[in-house]
Write a protein that binds this ligand. Structure first.
Ligand SMILES: [Zn+2]
Length: 451
């Protein structure tokens, strides 16, 4: 019988990495970065706890670095198989590796740890990319196969069904929120699953409904403009940024907000938005036709300014408020947002709008938890700006959506909870036991399960 060993995202959100050994093949699902106070925690620099040469193939759920960030490293350590993922995932992964490299280069100045891989290693890892389509069987041996399904989390994201030695394992990857504005809704689970590895980022939380998240965004924007303040939106370059641009496009076109300068201050997000413009086949077209009302450029509108270069980014300072700045990175532990936090957090006319998940120990988590002073660069900065969080813009399902998704599976035998904080997992596991009556396990790092 096949076995699975958990090498990441155990009782925490980052570092997804699962090794499955079957009779004929050994498969790795995801190989992401461990993240926290630093973009790349020290743990990433250890050798992988298995022989990378023994892994036949990798199945990659989506492009986020906490799922894909260590793949160039496994290639350096001897992996020579295929990396299967959807075409948009593979394209986005290239950009996210490049970006990760730049951030690790900056961390190198502070920690003396060389980046996990060089640019040429990332380029080399691309040789192993093998694009897949949703819903198609991919044979990994003559009998074992995988099928990718739309997870509705970010462009190209998947949950993956792996049938190995006759057992059916499903890897949730990250499951999207309800009614994502751009991409399609999460597909249903297949039947007769022996084991489901389920993410539990928001396993113990409920988000605002979609109508409410829009109303809150409109209110926050209007309030900041009225106060002649600066609205800072730290955003992940993939999906969050495009959804926020899409919302601003809608608000500006409908005349709901006055035209003020809106800066997209992230070279990565600017590039990724171009990828979104190309990959129209992955969109939820019905919603967009209604929301876009004939507007063919969903991510562009009067007032939007793209700041590619550092010089242009610095020029934002001289633009008088009110103004809106969307900058990476999403958890505020690196990227251009940090310079804006330093400048604008001390002023009570300004607002920091948090729309994405904040991992433990990140600057974002500290602010969200109400710290009044936060360390930035070499000093402490007072948090006097208003801090507003809208969970409804999260790219992750909340408890209600996760329960209905899991509940959609007929004859699901067992669940392992991954990709969540320990306390959330305990609570979520009790909820699953109570409402769905499915046995649930919370694996420890390095532990294994036979299927
Ligand atoms: Zn993700």
């Amino acid at each position: 019988m096949p076995s699975i060993t958990f090498y990441g995202a155990t009782e925490e959100v980052t570092g997804s990495c699962y090794l499955i050994r079957g009779k004929k093949i050994t498969i790795l699902v995801d190989c992401g970065l461990f993240q926290g106070e630093r973009f790349a925690r020290a743990k990433n620099y250890e050798s992988l706890p298995f022989g990378c040469g023994e892994v036949d193939h990798v199945l990659l759920t989506h492009a986020h670095v906490d799922h894909a960030g260590r793949l160039p490293k496994i290639c350096l350590e001897g992996f020579v198989g295929k990396i299967y993922a959807t075409a948009p995932t593979l394209e986005l992964t290239k950009y996210l590796w490049q970006d990760a490299l730049e951030i690790m280069d900056i961390e190198y100045q502070e920690t003396g740890r060389l980046p996990l891989y060089a640019a040429k290693d990332a380029k080399n890892a691309e040789k192993f990319f093998k694009p897949v389509e949703y819903g198609k069987k991919i044979f990994l041996s003559d009998t074992d196969y995988a099928i990718f399904y739309d997870a509705g989390h970010i462009l190209g994201s998947s949950f993956i069904e792996l049938v190995i030695d006759g057992k059916r394992i499903v890897f949730s990857g990250d499951i999207g929120n309800v009614h994502p504005p751009i991409i399609r809704e999460t597909e249903k689970l297949p039947e007769n699953i022996d084991l489901l590895l389920c993410e539990s980022t928001y396993g113990n939380r409920l988000h605002e409904p979609p109508g409410e998240r829009r109303r809150l965004l409109e209110k926050t924007v209007a309030q900041t403009i009225k106060q002649k303040g600066v609205l800072l939106i730290p955003a992940f370059a993939v999906e969050r940024t495009q959804e926020i641009l899409y919302e601003f496009n809608r608000m500006v076109n409908a005349g709901l907000i006055p035209t003020v300068p809106i800066f997209l201050d992230s070279p990565l997000a600017i590039k990724i938005t171009e990828v979104f413009k190309k990959d129209l086949g992955f969109y939820n077209h019905d919603d967009q036709l209604i929301a876009g009302e004939g507007d063919h450029d969903l991510f562009n509108f009067p007032g939007l300014r793209l700041t590619q270069t550092r010089l242009k980014s610095k020029d934002i300072n001289s633009v008088r408020p009110p103004k809106i700045i969307i900058a990476g990175n999403g958890m505020m532990n690196g990227g251009r947002i940090v310079y804006h936090l330093e400048r604008y957090l001390p002023n009570h006319n300004n607002t920091l709008l948090i729309i994405g998940y904040q991992a433990a120990n990140t600057t974002g988590r500290k602010i969200l938890e109400g710290h009044k002073w936060i360390p930035l660069f070499t000093r402490s900065i007072p948090v006097r700006a208003r801090v507003q969080a809208i969970g409804g813009f999260s790219a992750h399902a909340d408890q209600k959506k996760l329960l209905s998704w899991i509940g959609s599976a007929k004859n699901l035998k067992r669940i392992c909870l991954v990709h969540g904080d320990a306390e959330n997992m305990v609570a979520f596991s009790a909820t699953i036991a109570k409402s769905l009556k499915i046995p649930t396990l919370i694996p420890k790092y390095g532990s294994g399960v036979e299927i």
